[in-house]
Write a protein that binds this ligand. Structure first.
Ligand SMILES: *Cc1c(COP(=O)(O)O)cnc(C)c1O
Length: 427
């Protein structure tokens, strides 16, 4: 049994002074039982807790650490940048380099604005879509998480899914009146909304791979169908690529599925581990943003030089090493196949979903292609599995509805260890 005394005493202190002891709900172990481990360092595919336990990490800070934790090249670049000061609140060369890098990598992004989180990116993108179209209604999908802005906390995924609350208290009805929800992978449900609210819908926002209700892959034709519906109704298509951006492929889901969204939102990987978000898209649309346009959006620390340096360094590594994608994708396949074999061998009522380096083991027999199906999973069974895996050195997201993230620092041997622990659990 692992020693966890220090984590436990830190948690006791934490719950006194921080709601739930954590600064983001999914870090708490509420939906799996037990208490969070307090992490104090990370390197490559490993993270270490205050008690000195070592884990193979399948969270990767929820996605940002795609080349592994504490990469020497990123850390060196950040250290060097820090010598010039932490923030100026003025224009910098780094911001130009970042914007040029992304517009070069992702063809559908012709202009981009940096913000400080995925939440902020999505919030701003929605405002922009409304400003550009002069319409108020937005369409989102059940189980898709787009950060914690009021208008988007309707049938959201991630922590909202295990919290057992429909959305959140504190969100005025007026803030969600214009939020329409549709069923993921069900074009008819989207079409029905367009028919009912003719010329009133500003945009559809979608996670091109839904990675906050486990991992739900879009059915063939689903994303194309959304593009078509937007075109027919003069609405904008927003891809929330906070997870898929620079992960599915260098040019993200828009490249992977060969679809051109009007606006793309980023977070997570884009900051290399620093708090960064961004939204970008067609010039014609982005020129609506202040100070050139009438859609206001601002940020004291936006484009922060340290964050830009970390992000640029990591993105450049991804750009210069396309083999990284071959590696993480094949490790993802290895992990999924390994777990699938165990499920078959022991006849376990589970389903494995995934794409590329994103995977999820659902404790449910039925195929999972939307929020309703995902919600049928046995979260209690997941909790037991989670704790077994944790105590054997595999750090998974502490919720049935989070993805497993693989980085370029993971090795075949580490994936094999995880599969073997999984087999030991199920047999
Ligand atoms: C994490 C996430 C967000 C929110 O980003 P934060 O940086 O946590 O605010 C938005 N959209 C998606 C798809 C996410 O996974």
């Amino acid at each position: 049994m692992m020693k966890t005394n220090i984590s436990e005493s830190l948690f006791e202190r934490a719950v006194n002074v921080i709601p739930g002891g954590v600064n983001s709900p999914v870090r708490a172990f509420n939906s799996v039982g037990g208490k969070p481990r307090f992490i104090n360092k990370a390197k490559g595919a490993y993270i270490y807790d205050e008690d000195g336990n070592k884990y193979i990490d399948y969270i990767g800070s929820w996605g940002p650490m795609i080349i592994g934790h504490n990469d020497d090249r990123v850390i060196e670049a950040v250290k060097k940048q820090m010598e010039n000061g932490l923030s100026y609140g003025a224009a910098t060369k780094l911001e130009v380099e970042m914007a040029e890098l992304i517009t070069e990598i992702v063809p559908c992004v012709e202009m981009i604005r940096m913000v400080n989180s995925g939440t902020e990116a999505v919030m701003s993108a929605i405002r922009l879509a409304r400003g550009f179209t002069g319409r108020d209604k937005i369409v989102k999908f059940e189980g898709c998480y787009h950060g914690h802005a009021d208008a988007l906390l309707v049938k959201a995924g991630s922590g909202v899914m295990t919290e057992g609350v429909p959305g959140s208290r504190g969100v005025p009805a007026g803030c969600v009146n214009d939020t329409l929800t549709a069923v993921y992978n069900d074009l008819n449900s989207v079409e029905a909304l367009f028919n009912e609210y003719k010329n009133k819908i500003a945009c559809i926002i979608v996670e091109p791979v839904a990675a906050n209700m486990g991992v739900v892959v879009p059915n063939k034709g689903f994303l194309q169908g959304l593009r078509k519906l937007c075109d027919e109704n003069n609405a904008l298509l927003i891809f929330d690529e906070v997870i898929t951006g620079f992960r599915l492929k260098l040019d993200g889901a828009s490249g992977y599925f060969n679809i051109t969204p009007d606006i793309v939102t980023y977070g997570k990987i884009i900051g290399g581990g620093m708090p960064v978000g961004a939204y970008g898209g067609k010039k014609e649309i982005m020129k609506m943003v202040s100070p050139v346009g009438e859609v206001y959006q601002a940020g004291t620390l936006s484009g922060n030089p340290i964050a830009m340096r970390a992000g640029i360094t990591q993105l450049s590594i991804l750009k210069e090493n396309p083999d990284i994608y071959d590696k993480i994708n094949s490790l993802g396949i290895k992990l999924r196949n390994g777990i699938k074999n165990i499920i078959d061998k022991y006849n376990i009522a589970c389903t494995v979903n995934g794409i590329g380096s994103l995977s999820c083991l659902y404790f449910s027999e039925i195929p999972v292609d939307n929020y309703c199906n995902a919600g049928k999973s046995d979260t209690e069974a997941f909790g037991k599995y989670f704790n077994y895996m944790l105590n054997n050195g595999n750090y998974l997201g502490p919720s049935q509805f989070e993805a497993m993230f693989i980085s370029a620092a993971h090795t075949k041997e580490q994936i094999e260890k995880t599969i073997s622990d999984c087999e030991n659990y199920f047999k």
